[in-house]
Structure formats: structure tokens, C-alpha cells
Design a protein around this ligand. Sequence first.
Ligand code: ADP
Length: 607
Amino acid sequence: MSDGLGSDNTASDEIARNRYLDILHQFTLRQSSLEKLEDIVWNIAKTAIAELGFEDCVVYLIGDDGVHLKQVAAHGPKNPVDREIYNQITIPVGDGIVGHVARTGEMQRIDDARLDPRYIEDDDFRLSELAVPISHQGRIIGVLDSEHHAANFFSDEDVRLFTTIASLASTRIDTALAMERLEKTVQYLEQARSELEEQAEELREARQAAEAASVAKTHFLANMSHEIRTPMTAIVGFADLLSRDDLDRQNREQWRNQLTQNARYLQDLVGNVLDMSAVETGEVSLHFETVSLVEAVTESVDSLKARADAKNLRLETVLTGLLPDAIIMDRVRFKGIIVNLVSNAVKYTEQGGVTVTLSTELRGTDAVLSLVVSDTGIGIDPMQLDNLFLPFNRVHNTHQMAGIEGTGLGLALSREIAHVLKGDIVVSSERGTGSSFTLTLPVEVPADISWTEQQRANPLSVNSCQVTTETSADRTQDLCDLRILVCEDSVSITSLLEVVLGAAGALVTFCTNGKSGVRWFEEQVDAGRPPDLILMDMQMPIMDGYEAAGHIKRLRQDIPIVALTAFARADDIDRCLAAGCDYYLTKPIQIQTFTKELCSICAQFGK
Ligand code: ADP
């Protein structure tokens, strides 16, 4: 019997062992293909129910804080949907049966939960509970837990299987956890790196913008200094001359005109700067009136005639097609834009000329006016076309183009005003060939105004650019009989120096640019009568004062060159001296002491 019983027991032990091994074998096989933490824990929960016949199974893992257990997989009546945990609970390590296992590492089998005060009811009260630790290398990382409605449900075999499953899975869970943490760290580092890169890029852009703003500001200040000092020289000088007692009527008239002209120039300059700030704050005021179109255009172009003549440039206005006799327009703004475009064309052209073409297109009762200013000048680099209209921006290297005055405000202001008038200015240009600026403006045409067919071009006059004047002196004066070459392109300053140097007894020759100055100097040297002194403006068209001073010094070291510069910064002065000048005087010059200073310079050179 006992044999029989013994053999029955042996047989059932054998079956149990086979089932046990089979479950573990299947479990190990399935787990071996899993890598992600989520797959591993859900597989455990399902195995417990499918293979062990449990009612439910929950996998808890200790969270990153190390003191709470979080449900990461739960299968059973409460959680029928695959991979969804209903009312996911968190248990502090140490609390309840699960918390106790996590703290002590001891397996807990409860046969009747009613008798265990640690039991925490979740969705329903169940009498049996089995909780086993998941530990790896002596460290508890979680708990495997199952409950059953029946009391005394879990057998010794269940305990062994559940414990073995927990132990088999622990390495995989730990590795998957480490991988997850690593991935999170990599993601975090990757995000931090891209944020740092973004910040570095923002910083780089901010630094570039600050540097560009600082360069533009420095250029603007240098240009403004030049733009202000040149007319100031004329204003202060002529004001001094006007205070003399012995003035004849003609001189008084002429000098007062010079003073007024230069004061107006300064007024316009300040007006431009104020207009620019008004445009930037959107506070431009317009004054519309009936304006004679052709008159407004020709007047504006004519005002640049003298400058074009001085550079030997052709300046012509072409009127084409039907043009209204009058338009409704802000006269000052309209003429201001034209003057700006034409004066730029003259400024940036050394050979050939400037053509201003006016046409209109009828649109209903109104018209769209088109004014094209084209020149045969230096042109603009295509890369720079976008920057042309930025305030205070001069796109050419102004050091290499000394003599071309400007603040970089004109185009920005003109286009802004064109926009305020609902029009636009566009540019096309080719480096070394020329530029073409087109102003388009929609204009209102008064009802009673007639349209006239135009087909005419009116070339304006062409003159020689070089002004060479010799004045004779009174022998008792500071600069008696000294021969002075003055290279200066500003008409006002030339007039002022003519009076001041002439009155001091000098014999003066004026040249309007460095090239004609050098040529005149060479001729005089060849003829054996070089001048005693040279006054050199540093910013001039065609050839600037730096280059001219270099040429002259290479020919003759013994003739003093005095730089007249409107740039008053230390590096400008260094540049003058490095170019070959012996002295420098900054504008505005002091008329009272000017000729005495020149006299003492000549004396130092034995003149
Ligand atoms: P600026 O006072 O320097 O002339 P603008 O705003 O009128 O200022 O012009 C901005 C820049 O555009 C100039 O410094 C010059 O480099 C370029 N520019 C303007 N007009 C012309 C032109 N007709 N030909 C070549 N370059 C021009």
C-alpha cells in the first residue's frame, strides 16, 4: 500500500516536477527573446496567470526615489486590458505586505488576509496573498505579488515557482532598468547638448549683431563727424571773415551766401537724422499739395548740376510719354527722394554720367509714376544689394573711397518715405558698370489737370573739374610770397582758404582732387619751382589725400604737407602721418591762428 502509495506519490511528484520544469523552461525561453523592461514585466504577469493558474499578478519595482514601489505590470480581473493598469497604485517601501517584502527581502505567503493587519485592500478584498522579492546581487529592486479570493490558496510549489520566476527575471529586469536609465541619460544629455548648441548659436548671433551695430555706430559717428566738421569749417571761417571791419559789399554778400549755404546743409543733415528717427517711430508727417511734376523733377536734378560739372559728368533728364502737368504730392519729400538718388549717382560715378528718366502710367483717374536714376558709376556688389537700405550702412569701403561723403542714411530714409507714400524704391546694379534706382509712386492727379506728351532729353552742362587759381600777395603778410598747393574738393572750403591764404600773402593753386594735385606738383618740380607748402584734404574723389601725399613725398621729402582732416580720431591722425603728411590740422580750422601755424611749419622746413 505504502509501495502503492509510495509509487502514487512518486508518480505525482514526477508530474509536478515535470510541470515545474516545463513552466520554467517555457518562461525562460520567452524571456530570453525580450529586452525591453515593459515586455519583460508584462510577460511575468501573464505567465503567472496562464501557467501557474493564479487569479492575478502584479509586478512592483522600486522607483528612482528608492522609497516607493510602483506597479509596472498588472494582470487579472482588475486589469483585463493588455498592458493597461487600472488605478495604478504606489506603495511606500515598508508599508503593507508588499512594502514589507521590499524592505526585508523575505517572501510572504498569507493564507488568510483577515488575520494580517498589514493587508492593503486594492480593488477587492482577497484572502490569500503571495509576495516574493525581486533582487539582484543582494539588492532588492522590486516585488512580485499575487492575490486570490480563496483562503490558503498558494501551495509550496507555487511559492517555489513564483520565487524562481522572480529570481530568473531579476537579472533581465535589472539590465533593462539600467538600459532605460542609460537611454534616459543619453536623451537628457542629447537634449542638453542641443539646448547648449542653440544657446551658443543665439549667443553667436547676438554677438554678431552687437558687433555689427557697434561697427555701424562707429562708422556713423566717424561719418557724422566728417559731415558736420566740413560745413562747420566753412561756417566758422566765413563768420570770422564777416566780423572784419574792412569788408566790401561784394565780399560780404559772397561770404554770407557761403555761410548760409553751409548752415542749410547742416540743417538738412540734422533734419535727415530726425526724419530717420521719426520714420523709425512711425511719426512721419506729410503735407500734400498740387505740385508741377516736370518742374519738381527738373528742379531737383538741376540742384546737382554743379556737383556733376565738378566731376565732368553728364547729367540728363529724360521725360517720356504722357505726363500729367500736376500731381497731388508732398513736394518736399518727393524732391528730397529725387535729390538723394541723383546725388548718390553723382557721388558714386567717376566717368560717364547720370540719366534721370521720368514716365507715368495711367491707372483709372490716377497714375503710377516711375523715376529711374541710372549711372555709369562704381556699381554695387550683388551680395550687398540687401544691405543698401539699412540705416547708417555704407556698403563700399569708405576708407578706400575717401572723399565720398555720406552717413548711410539717404537711401534708408528715401525708401522709408517712399513706403509712407505707398511707393517703393528698387535697385539693380552691376559692379564696375553702374547702378539703376527706380522710384515708383502711385500719385493722385487733380481732375482739371491736362496730360502732355513729352519726348525730350535735356542734357545739363559739362564743365572742367579742376579749379586752379593763383592769387597774389602783399609782401608784409604771414605767408608772403610762399607758394602753396591746396588740394580740396569742397567748394566752400576752397573759397574760405582762397580768402584767408590770399590775405596772408600766399600764392595759392587749388586742385579739386589728389590726382590733379599730384600732376600739378610734378609739372612744377620739372619746371624747377616746386611749391613751398601743400595743404591736403584727405577725403577727395578720384585720388584721396593719403595716396596723393604718398606720391608727393616719394618725389620730394623737403616740401611740408599739412593734412586737413575732418576725421578727428587718433587713428585718423596716425593714418595721415603714415601716408606721408608732416602735420595735421583738424577741421574746423581756426582762422585767427591758421596762417601763423602754416608760417611756422614753413620756417621749420627752411621756407
Ligand atoms: P551715403 O550717405 O553713404 O551715400 P546712402 O544711404 O545714400 O548713404 O547709400 C548707402 C550706400 O549705398 C552708400 O554708402 C553706397 O555704398 C551705396 N550706394 C548708394 N547709391 C549708389 C550708387 N548710385 N552707386 C553705387 N553705390 C551706391
